[in-house]
Design a protein around this ligand. Structure first.
Ligand code: AMP
Length: 185
């Protein structure tokens, strides 16, 4: 089972993803985490990616798609995974479909967590990540609007989009997401 997780910065994708993979017994693939670990290990990819991340910009598709395709070769990903923060552009979404088709697989659902703008800003400002300063956050919202929001239509046309209300407690949101995925067989 391959599930795509969409949602603006601060929507709670990471937190919910961590719980979902435990329940669904699938792997968790977060491109943000993978990129941060490349940076921590001071790899060439990490160095290149960091320039974009620090500005709140998206890392170019070719770098991210390469990173994800190497992960798809890992046996623990074969039964499925939750894709957290990938795809974020149409190019990435198309590349993902091709990767999955090669493996005779497809996406089960694309879950979008929806949260009001002022709540997103409040959450992001109370978080303590390197790239969480005001300028960067604004840029990440812009990128989300321009590059990632078009994925809604991409997945809607395929009947895969599930929009979930991200307001309320973590437990409430979790139950909504789980129900949305379980309805998608
Ligand atoms: P995240 O942890 O998902 O919020 O990602 C943190 C940062 O990593 C983003 O602001 C982007 O700069 C970069 N990033 C993560 N995933 C992607 C992706 N799929 N495409 C491009 N850039 C990404």
């Amino acid at each position: 089972m391959f599930v795509v997780f969409l949602g603006p910065p601060g929507a709670g994708k990471g937190t919910q993803a961590a719980r979902l993979v435990e329940t669904l017994k699938i792997a968790h693939l977060s491109t943000g985490e993978l990129l941060r670990s490349e940076i921590a290990n001071a790899t060439e990819l990490g160095r290149q990616a960091n320039e974009f991340i620090q500005k709140g910009e998206l890392v170019p598709d070719d770098l991210v798609v390469n990173l994800v395709s190497t992960q798809f070769d890992l046996p623990e990903l074969a039964p499925g995974c939750l894709l957290d923060g990938f795809p974020r552009t149409l190019g990435q979404a198309q590349a993902l479909d091709q990767e999955l088709a090669k493996r005779s697989n497809r996406i089960r659902a694309a879950v979008e967590i929806q949260v009001e703008q002022h709540e997103l800003e409040r959450r992001l400002m109370s978080r303590k990540r390197d790239d969480d300063n005001w300028e960067t956050i604004r840029q990440r919202f812009r990128e989300y609007q321009e590059e990632t929001v078009p994925l809604r239509d991409y997945y809607r046309k395929q009947g895969l989009l599930r929009q979930v209300d991200g307001a309320g407690s973590q437990d409430e949101v979790f139950d909504r997401i789980l129900a949305a995925i379980q309805e998608s067989s």
